[in-house]
Design a protein around this ligand. Structure first.
Ligand SMILES: [Zn+2]
Length: 111
């Protein structure tokens, strides 16, 4: 059992390596993010002043993620509103979870 676990972990690391840039990190509140219904993994995220992104390991390579979800960046929000009051720090997670729920319902309808 321990062996299987190690192989699975290695496979997972491998998928991340080829499907996601190094700077994408696991979110702190990992359990609050829905797992992708295709690859079964919760996403890794990249948040910086000018962007917020989440992706899983579905797709072709690091440049072509099948499921990539965005949220408004803090700089965008600041430029638009002149301040950061009301900026939703949790928007990326909400967008991701909504996206996965929609994906799941689509699969149900088609399948
Ligand atoms: Zn996936």
């Amino acid at each position: 059992m321990k062996f299987n676990f190690m192989v699975e972990k290695e496979l997972e690391d491998c998928r991340w390596k080829y499907m996601s840039f190094d700077w994408y990190k696991e979110p702190k509140n990992k359990n609050d993010w829905l797992a992708c219904s295709e690859c079964g993994l919760t996403p890794r995220i990249w948040e910086f002043d000018n962007g917020r992104y989440a992706n899983c390991v579905c797709g072709i390579d690091v440049w072509n993620n099948k499921h990539q979800v965005k949220a408004k960046s803090i700089m965008y929000y600041y430029r638009k509103n002149g301040n950061t009051i009301g900026y939703d720090v949790d928007e990326l997670r909400k967008n991701w979870n909504n996206y996965i729920l929609k994906l799941k319902s689509k699969i149900k309808i088609n399948g």
